[in-house]
Ligand binder design. Structure first.
Ligand code: UDP
Length: 394
């Protein structure tokens, strides 16, 4: 008979939020496992010993959301300071503001268009022979034309994803808007900010509950499932099944550290859109916390590559063979009555932090409802994803 305790595999946002909801609404003990020596997963932040700058150890993380409940949730643990993310793109034709907005358009084409004129101009550049864009490249050519596509998207995307943009789904480009006003913020969300104490402290506080025990440097093994009443798995779904059907493809990133005096690049993120420049972007972390003063600065040059065994998975590639493989893993997961799969890695999706938290809260609410009513079948996925999988299986 399994003990009356829950296991949560992974101490990133998904695992932490689910663990806290379980602690608040049940009397069970919750053991949270993480193989790394810190909580917060890839959102981990730490003070740099040499400069005092708060590093985003796995690359920039900027909190932005339209959901009031998610914003209030994170702010209830640590205060957030306003931060509006602006990105510069270094292209073959000079430095421009990204995402493409009225300033980018006017500067790139040497014009002084009004919003209406710019919209009409960009419309005239779009490839009208593409009526239904099936991939990233078609989506870009259809909406912004070849010149902007080649200067802003082609090289960056090929470096970041390691393939031709026409092999990627159109949805990847849909993350980047084109604006016909001078709003140069990278995100157009209702709430934008950076936690004053860093993300790791935020996650630590989410996990700070007498019923929660966090075990760092301890990897959860699926063989331990029998020791728990229910397991909430937030690691890679293919790893849970010991890669039985093969590995899902991820891109991973590596960083070169730069330390300098003063200000290295004048912005938190500068993208390098030319294919011949090997890195995709440079992050300079002191710009995220302008309320702090540091004489020296740390920047990370980011390089992208395919994930090999042992690398940290970042971006799910989600090309058709991956999606087919994912369905096979869902088939293995579906009948498991006492394991739930939550979050970016366990569901192999490209999710932002706020989406991860929103899903974890939604999942936990659904789970706790079934658990309280002693339902025979407990949710293994969020309601929306469960419905999607169900439809695919019929
Ligand atoms: N992208 C691009 N040029 C850029 C920035 C982004 O072509 O200068 C493309 C690229 O394919 C990237 C996608 O837009 O993967 C989404 O960008 P986003 O900034 O959302 O990526 P993230 O910050 O999640 O790495």
């Amino acid at each position: 008979m399994p003990q009356k305790r829950f296991a949560v595999a992974g101490a990133g946002f998904s695992g932490a939020v689910v663990a806290r909801e379980l602690a608040l609404h049940t009397d069970r003990k919750i053991i949270v496992f993480d193989e790394r020596d810190h909580v917060a997963g890839n959102c981990h932040t730490a003070r740099d010993e040499s400069t005092g700058v708060m590093l985003h150890c796995y690359g920039s993380h900027i909190f932005h959301t339209d959901r009031d409940d998610v914003w209030h949730y994170v702010n209830s643990f640590v205060p957030f300071r306003p931060y509006f993310h602006r990105v510069m793109a270094h292209t073959a034709r000079g430095a421009f503001s990204l995402p493409i907005n009225l300033l980018t358009i006017n500067q790139f084409f040497g014009k002084s268009f009004s919003p209406e004129q710019a919209a009409a101009f960009i419309e005239s550049l779009g490839d009208k022979s593409i009526t239904d864009a099936h991939n990233f490249e078609e989506q870009a050519l259809r909406f912004v034309g070849r010149d902007l596509y080649e200067n802003f998207f082609y090289g960056y995307t090929k470096k970041h994803w390691g393939c031709e943009p026409r092999e990627l789904p159109a949805s990847v480009l849909k993350r980047l808007p084109v604006r016909f006003n001078y709003n140069d913020c990278y995100y157009d969300s209702a709430w934008n900010g950076i936690p004053e104490t860093g993300y790791t402290e935020l996650v630590r506080r989410i996990l700070d509950h007498p019923q929660i025990e966090v075990r760092l440097n301890e990897k959860f093994s699926p063989e331990q499932c029998g020791e728990f009443e229910h397991v909430f798995f937030t690691g890679p779904i293919d790893a849970f099944f010991n890669f039985k059907h093969g590995r899902l493809n991820y891109r991973t990133v590596t960083f070169d550290r730069i330390e300098a005096k003063g200000d290295f690049q004048g912005n938190s993120v500068v993208n390098y859109t030319e294919f011949k420049v090997p890195h995709t972007r440079i992050h300079e972390f002191k710009h995220y916390m302008r309320w702090e003063k540091h004489e020296r600065t740390v920047a990370y040059r980011e390089f992208s590559k395919a994930t090999a065994a042992g690398d940290i998975p970042y971006y799910p590639v989600r090309r058709p063979p991956d999606k087919a493989l994912l369905e096979k893993y869902y088939d293995l997961a579906w009948p498991l009555a006492s394991v739930s799969f939550v979050g970016r890695l366990a569901t192999y999706r490209y999710l932002d932090m706020d989406g991860v938290i929103a899903e974890a809260l939604d999942f936990a609410a659904d789970f706790l409802k079934s658990y309280a009513s002693k339902s025979k079948t407990l949710p293994r996925f969020t309601p929306a994803l469960a419905e999607q999988i169900r439809q695919h299986r019929v």
